[in-house]
Design a protein around this ligand. Structure first.
Ligand code: C2G
Length: 762
């Protein structure tokens, strides 16, 4: 047997094993056995292209699991693959090309960390190869680099072959050999066990074992022993091993995400245990330097900020001290003088001195960062260090809508209600990242517009008693005692949200955790209908009893008695001829069309020329892109048929001014349905959107109050026959209205404000 794949596993992980099994079956090379180390799992797998063994172990730790699997293995090489990870289809085949080497060679399948599901990752890969970023050589101090080789091919023997694309792709597969001077050039990666391939006879000859008692870092000590004795590492240059992060550190944390106050202690003990057995002087020094750099980078901050990973500072420093006294002192030179003094103080058990020095080092680093980031850094530092220590102002209300880009949405209508019913009682602060917000509010009494993230913004954010946001508040927001934070959110959800999304493709790594922590700061969350309340309770893990079940303040104008009059005013303001009807096209954004950060592109798939040709005499069209879309779509060729109102402040007013809505997966149709006007869904990319990007809470086929249309011809047809469509969807529309709109009685703002201001204030 050539390879033994080793997978430790908890009973909870069994569904993941099915996925990994399918992944191993789809490999293009099968000369391996699969050993699953799992207590309490009886092997229900049928024999497949490769044998499967299940082993159990004692004690119940991951180290013991791996040891038991090694004992059972018969393959020449041990391949370590964790239950939630997977391989690219040719990984084992490529590995097979790389193995005829000395026993003391460590092979690395090169891991890539991702939050994507296997399906999404492989799809992405087909479009856009995930290759490691090798930085260009900019000169400067020259360090020796590992050499790279082509995998079993030389350009000479390829010249005469007629290669197809796939074969050429193979050619790109190179591997790097870390040996001699470059042997310990990237220790951090080398110390990771996942995706490593080690000769089994070598493991036995050196009596290499996992520590069965260190439940967090049993593999560190093992890998130290491996690196101590292997002469070289062969790293395949393209990622073959895909490490899937748990994207839900709250409900399903991985080992690395578990909140453990003894994390640093466990890690440093693994270093101590491992270090004592190192016989290779060169590796000892390289390892000591690596750990010193790690401590310099992370330990001081963790201690000063009471991080979750340290629940007992003295116990932690005691272990660190023991480690520092063990290692080669030359390693201290890899950090700066101040950091060296800290380390010496810890080594000498002068923990008080060490912590004082840490404080000045961290202060210096922060100051440096602030200077580097100029304004933003300074205002944020003032927020944290000064403003959040000033008294809270009981009559100040702070508002932000869509990252300060608009004067709109629920915050706008809450503000207007308070202005009208509590005149002069409050001072209102609006956050603005766009000058239009200031224009919209310039004549309003008791109202101040502040530049987002500027000094005044920070001051008022810190000292206002009330804050009203329709997206999440900044991550560094400090929730102060006696203040009230109202999250209005910004739509009834159709697309899955936060904890209901399996994998967050495009969000930052800490998305779920951040969301969880930020939403804990909300005193209230508005629910527009019972459906949303139910979704928010699982998607945000937010308790229903803290929700204000009121409908949306932004929708009050849609059922106001003067709504027709308002519609005329809005049309006039926009310059739309009053005798023309209006089609509003308001699509949402696409996760996979990102420009940068929170900015996205949009490709207009609606054939506007065709619409003009067919309906130009009776209709005009309002184009309204989502607030994440920053590229301006050029509509000048469509003359006076199209009004591009993507920058218009308040979409609710556009609803009022229109007669038909065309949208896609955007929540705009929930609000629009209050008007009971026809809705068409232009879902040209339905399959892609539904599968890869989100998934929905409703059945788009069965629950929506209008037809799903995939082509422009269907859109034209539908508009031509809009009366029949209305007729056809009448019943469904009524059901939809009953389900989503029965709290929308035009008094949502009142209800919300009464709760927010605790109506006794009135
Ligand atoms: N919006 C808009 N114009 C658009 C699309 C959206 O003004 N073309 C506004 C609407 O107020 C809408 C809100 O932005 O209700 C949210 O937009 P969605 O398209 O639904 O997308 P998203 O921002 O991802 O929020 O629970 C709701 C979800 O979180 C959706």
């Amino acid at each position: 047997m050539k390879f033994s794949i080793i997978t430790p596993c908890k009973v909870d992980d069994l569904p993941k094993l099915d996925e990994l099994k399918a992944n191993l079956e789809s490999q293009t090379f099968h000369q391996f056995e699969w050993i699953i180390a799992c207590n309490g799992f009886d092997n229900h797998f049928e024999e497949t292209q490769f044998p499967i063994q299940v082993v159990s172990y004692q004690p119940n730790t991951i180290g013991a699991a791996r040891n038991a699997a090694i004992k059972a293995a018969v393959g020449d090489y041990l391949v370590f693959i964790d239950a939630d990870d997977f391989l690219l289809p040719d990984a084992m085949k490529k590995l097979n090309y790389m193995t005829p080497r000395n026993e003391d060679t460590l092979i690395d399948l090169n891991h890539y960390k991702t939050y994507e599901t296997q399906q999404a990752y492989l799809k992405d890969l087909a479009i856009n190869e995930h290759t490691p970023d090798f930085l260009p050589d900019w000169g400067g101090r020259k360090k020796r680099k590992p050499r790279s080789y082509a995998l079993n091919f030389t350009s000479d023997n390829l010249k005469h072959l007629n290669l197809n694309k796939k074969q050429q792709h193979w050619l790109k597969n190179k591997y790097k050999v870390y040996s001699g001077e470059t042997r310990y050039a990237s220790l951090r990666k080398q110390l990771v066990l996942a995706g490593k391939v080690i000769n089994r006879h070598f493991v036995n000859a050196h009596h290499l074992q996992f520590n069965e008692l260190n439940d967090l870092y049993s593999d560190v000590q093992f890998m130290m022993a491996v690196l101590n004795s292997t002469k070289r590492v062969v790293l395949i240059q393209q990622y073959q091993y895909i490490m899937v992060y748990h994207n839900d550190p709250i409900n399903d944390p991985s080992n690395a995400q578990l909140v453990r106050g003894d994390r640093w202690q466990k890690m440093v003990s693994a270093w101590i245990d491992g270090y004592q057995n190192l016989t290779n002087a060169e590796f000892r020094l390289a390892f000591a330097e690596y750990t010193i750099r790690r401590m310099n980078r992370y330990l001081y901050n963790a201690i000063l900020s009471n991080a979750d990973s340290i629940d007992n500072v003295d116990a932690t420093l005691n272990i660190v001290s023991k480690y520092l006294n063990l290692i080669d002192k030359r390693a201290f030179k890899s950090v700066n003088v101040l950091s060296r003094r800290i380390l010496s103080a810890i080594a000498d058990h002068q923990f008080g001195v060490a912590q004082k020095l840490m404080a000045s080092l961290v202060f210096g680093r922060n100051a440096h960062r602030i200077v580097k980031k100029r304004g933003r850094g300074i205002t944020k530092a003032l927020y944290q260090l000064v403003f959040t220590h000033l008294a809270v102002k009981p009559n100040v209300i702070f508002y932000e809508s869509f990252l300060g880009r608009n004067y709109s949405d629920n915050p706008k209508y809450i503000y207007e209600y308070i202005q009208k019913h509590y005149p002069g009682k409050y001072q209102h602060i609006w956050s603005a990242s766009d000058p239009q917000v200031k224009d919209a509010l310039k004549d309003q009494p008791d109202t101040r517009v502040v530049k987002r993230f500027g000094f005044k913004y920070m001051y008022y954010l810190a000292t206002s008693k009330y804050q009203v946001f329709n997206l999440r508040q900044p991550r560094w927001f400090v929730k102060r005692r006696g203040t009230k934070l109202l999250s209005t959110w910004h739509g009834t959800p159709l697309k899955r949200l936060v904890f209901d999304i399996d994998n967050v493709v495009n969000a930052t790594p800490m998305y779920k955790r951040n969301f969880y922590e930020q939403s804990r700061q909300w005193d209230y969350l508005i629910a527009p209908n019972q459906f949303s309340a139910d979704v928010f309770s699982h998607a945000f893990m937010y308790p229903q009893d803290k929700m204000i079940k009121s409908g949306y303040p932004r929708n009050d104008i849609l059922s106001a008695p003067d709504r027709d009059q308002k519609a005329i005013e809005i049309k006039k303001r926009l310059g739309i001829p009053l005798d023309k009807k209006v089609i509003l096209y308001a699509p949402t954004w696409r996760d996979d069309e990102r420009a940068s950060g929170n900015e996205y592109k949009f490709q207009l798939k609606l054939n506007v020329a065709k619409l003009r040709e067919n309906f130009g005499d009776d209709y005009v069209m309002i184009l309204r892109t989502h607030y994440f879309i920053t590229d301006r779509i050029d509509t000048s060729t469509f003359g006076d048929f199209v009004f591009n109102e993507s920058n218009y402040q308040d979409v609710s007013e556009l609803y009022l001014a229109s007669d038909i809505l065309i949208t896609d997966y955007s929540s705009v149709f929930f609000d629009y349905s209050i008007l009971k006007r026809p809705i068409l869904y232009f879902v040209y990319d339905y399959d892609n959107y539904a599968k890869i990007l989100h998934g929905f809470y409703l059945s788009m086929q069965k629950d929506l109050p209008g037809p799903l249309l995939k082509t422009n011809d269907e859109i034209v047809d539908a508009i031509k026959n809009i009366d029949q469509i209305e007729q056809k969807y009448k019943e469904r529309y009524a059901k939809f209205d009953e389900r989503f709109n029965n709290w929308e009685n035009g008094h949502a703002a009142e209800k919300v404000v009464n709760v927010l201001l605790d109506n006794s204030d009135k």
